[in-house]
Design a protein around this ligand. Sequence first.
Ligand code: SAH
Ligand code: SF4
Ligand code: F3S
Length: 471
Amino acid sequence: MNMTDPQGEALLQRKYTEKVRRMVRERSERIGRPLTAYIATFGCQMNARDSEKLMGILLDAGFVEADTEQADFVLYNTCTVRENANERVYGRLGHMKAYKREHPDTLIAICGCMMQEEAEVTRVREKYPFVDIVFGTHNIFKLAQLLYERMNGSGMVVDVWEGTQQIVEDLPSVRKYPFKSGVNIMFGCNNFCSYCIVPYVRGRERSRRPEDIIAEIRRLVDDGVVEVMLLGQNVNSYGRNLPEPMSFAALLREIEQIEGLRRIRFMTSHPKDLSDELIETMAGSSKICRHLHLPLQSGSTRILKAMNRHYSKESYLVLVERIRERIPDIALTTDIIVGFPGESEEDFEETLDVVRRVRYDSAFTFIYSKRDGTPAASMPDQVPEDVIRDRFNRLLDLVQETASTVCARDLGSVREVLVEERDDHTEGGLTGRLSNNLMVHFSGDASLIGRIVPVRLTESRGFYYIGRMEE
Ligand code: SAH
Ligand code: SF4
Ligand code: F3S
């Protein structure tokens, strides 16, 4: 466990950034063009937020953001939640070998959840020796220092921490959209669902202090942000371990007070910790969006127990009912895993039953992926692939069938839409998002991007709407 003084750390890193900036400037003067940097992000929204911070550090150090891997500094921010995420990274890394042979000055780095696994670091050392820097999830704030070390030394720089208690505030950061931003409210996870590797690669749960979160959101709002997405593996357990404990609902009520902020989203909610206080806070709020991502994982109480999820089919359904009663226009989405060890046809039918009853707006469906080191990996009765495939397809059909009717429920009404970008498929078209997270395409001027406008929903296309802006 590494313990340093977070404020001192931020200062130290700024010094390294200055040093790297000097080196970047010298090199770019020598070659007569700016040095470019590219980050490929493979994981979840927390991974993406890390990439924004990493890019913030790189821009501070004098790099210019590139939009392809043909850059002077290429960073892979990896995910290891399922096997296929890993393979994609190695595929891309393989291509970089040839690129680096032709452009030997290119620096290649790899970080993120995959690098928290010893076996993966060994694989990089042995099979991809041309990689320059390897680091993990706990020390992303050190990027400038690692770059400095690499630029002044020879050979691969590897710095992976097993865990950390510290939260380094005030990192530079960029964001994809000027008008919305992710905001970490906590890091890590304590739940140890038996299939999941996240607690091993992201460490124990740590909540940011409410005053730091509020200050960050205020700064973002001053900078033009109208919507924030609060990020945590289980936001419902926010604040439990703070010196002065605070509930997630209480944090939301404070954020609601921030003037100029229009929309608040959050993810993810673990059903076991979703409180009545949160439901009431959502029901009474004008800023918290009408969307809840409530991962089910399985509809079978027996499997849920083996997954260590701490709720049952029945308690999940009761919770959904309570939410719908207090917030009737809420959109519910979910995550479901098919083929957890020991899942029988009956267990799977329980999952279908929940999907039929809840009628989700959408569901992310995953094929169970065995992660080394998790309890589920050594459970007996791993389900054969062809059985999983068949169940997966049946689940997908059902999800699509219910979602397309559920999603159309607001047809004909006028709703507030946050205009996000030009719609690539139509001329003069815009794409925006409803409070319930569905997308709407309509025509309008690009100057509306970042604004919230009223739109009549004139046509439902299953998972999105076509609309017409109201005067
Ligand atoms: N903290 C979030 C989930 C983060 S991982 C939560 O608890 O809801 C995102 C999703 O990936 C999970 O909800 C789960 O459905 C899926 N997932 C995690 N581990 C998996 C595995 N080993 N195989 C397949 N899917 C998995
Ligand atoms: Fe993984 Fe469970 Fe933690 Fe979510 S709550 S990150 S599924 S261990
Ligand atoms: Fe993947 Fe890490 Fe997120 S394993 S899902 S990037 S926390």
